[in-house]
Write a protein that binds this ligand. Structure first.
Ligand code: LLP
Length: 415
């Protein structure tokens, strides 16, 4: 559930009129709801309350420091995949001791930075990476806590680009070879083996693949115990889906409880890495209709938001709901493709949408809080959108709209 509601004919973000926000901050504009972010985080936290647990929000989903700060104030941990994400967490007041570092290609410099900042653990994805972390830790004369990301070969049943737990994906180590790799890790001078983790994909709408993966991981935990390797945590990754178009994913509490139930009898800390489930429905992208255009029988609503602002529809054919910010009783309903100004046929926010709109109206793309702004770019030299967070009746600009100068910042002409 989120706090974007219609009051009479107008869309509100908590107690702020979205029309007023657009007037104040311009469009395209990302608007996030603090109450929604907090509500989603608490749903995970509550569901796992009977066991030792840590919620490590996946920073890649939406990484503005105001968002990270709201979560840090709740006591959240963070799942990061780069030095830049760790720097953001620290800048936002997050605790590095609650950070797990995922990703297949950590550079030595990133490992050193994370060790220096004292992160909770590296989620290691290959033997080569184990060796690299050991080497960097040795050179700094520090221990490095590690967890192996295993690939359980479970089909998450999601879009191929966001499915990560199959054996032909680049992620993790094959679960069948895990015991011998753990033994090698345990023998390395500067590694401290702490846990195991797995992340099988994103936008999962059923609980079963998570439970199947967990079953396989728990078999490994038992095998490791028999081999004298005792773990202190299990990290079940992220991946819980959200309703974009009528999907009915399990509620975070149902999902987290199903996982927690399976963990009964294991003395392990449980780590979750949710990204989308916390942020997707906590944000919208507000855009203005510039022109309505008809080519033969096809109607287009040309808006000022584009694939550079929100690439999910173009990249994954993702469907996100598009609603008018103010209901327009005077406009006829037509079937539109909602497209941006970028010079690509793939530049659309939504296709075949029945909308009653006129030029100058505002539209809101729902469920845009995750993988929206973080995947945005300057393609076509478009300054990136502003970001705002609402908190009750208050709104706060949390990222300025980019200026023209920022487009060429750091560039130089030849002497
Ligand atoms: N942990 C790891 C190791 C991950 O790779 C991911 C996401 C997460 C946690 C968080 O997953 P979530 O709870 O958000 O599903 N750009 C795509 C999604 C890519 C997800 C990548 N990994 C999209 O817009 O659908």
């Amino acid at each position: 559930m989120d706090f974007f509601n219609r009051q009479n004919n107008s869309l509100y973000a908590e107690d702020c009129s979205v029309t007023e926000l657009a007037k104040t901050y311009g469009t395209p504009l990302y608007v996030y709801s603090r109450a929604t972010i907090e509500r989603h985080w608490h749903a995970f936290d509550q569901a796992a309350k009977d066991m030792k647990h840590l919620i490590c929000y996946a920073v890649k989903a939406s990484s503005n420091i105001a968002i990270l700060n709201v979560l840090a104030r709740l006591g959240s941990g963070f799942d990061i995949v780069s030095k830049g994400e760790l720097a953001r967490v620290i800048q936002a007041g997050g605790d590095p001791a609650k950070v797990v570092f995922s990703g297949v290609g950590k550079k030595a410099e990133e490992i050193a930075y994370a060790l220096e900042k004292g992160i909770h653990c590296f989620n290691v994805e290959s033997e080569a990476e184990l060796a690299r972390i050991n080497e960097v830790a040795a050179s700094m004369n520090m221990p490095a806590s590690i967890s192996m990301r295993v690939n359980p070969d479970v089909d998450a049943g999601t879009h191929p680009y966001i499915s990560t737990g199959l054996k032909d994906n680049k992620f993790g180590i094959p679960i069948d070879h895990a015991v011998e790799i753990y033994q090698k890790a345990a023998a390395m001078s500067h590694l401290v083996v702490k846990g195991v983790d797995c992340h099988i994909g994103s936008q999962l709408t059923e609980v079963q693949p998570f439970l199947d993966a967990l079953d396989r991981v728990l078999v490994l935990v038992d095998k490791l115990a028999d081999a004298g390797i005792k773990l202190s945590h299990i990290d079940v990754g992220g991946g819980l889906g959200v309703p974009y178009q009528g999907e009915q994913p399990p509620h975070p509490s149902e999902y987290a409880k199903a996982i927690a139930d399976k963990m009964q009898g294991y003395d392990l800390e449980l780590i979750y890495e949710p990204g989308r489930a916390i942020m997707a429905n906590a944000g919208i992208l507000v855009t203005e209709v510039e022109f309505l255009k008809t080519n033969q029988d096809k109607h287009f609503a040309i808006v000022d938001g584009a694939m550079n602002d929100l690439i999910r529809p173009a990249l994954y054919q993702a469907w996100q709901e598009i609603v008018p910010v103010e209901l327009n009783a005077n406009a006829p309903t037509q079937n539109y493709d909602v497209v941006g100004p970028v010079c690509e046929t793939g530049d659309f926010l939504g296709k075949n949408r029945d909308l009653a709109i006129a030029a100058g109206d505002l539209l809101a793309v729902r469920s845009a809080g995750a993988y929206g702004f973080t995947m945005s770019s300057n393609y076509n030299s478009r300054p990136r959108a502003a970001e705002v967070m609402v908190d009750g009746e208050q709104s706060h600009l949390i990222r300025q709209r980019e200026s023209l100068e920022s487009l060429w910042q750091g560039e130089a002409v030849l002497p």
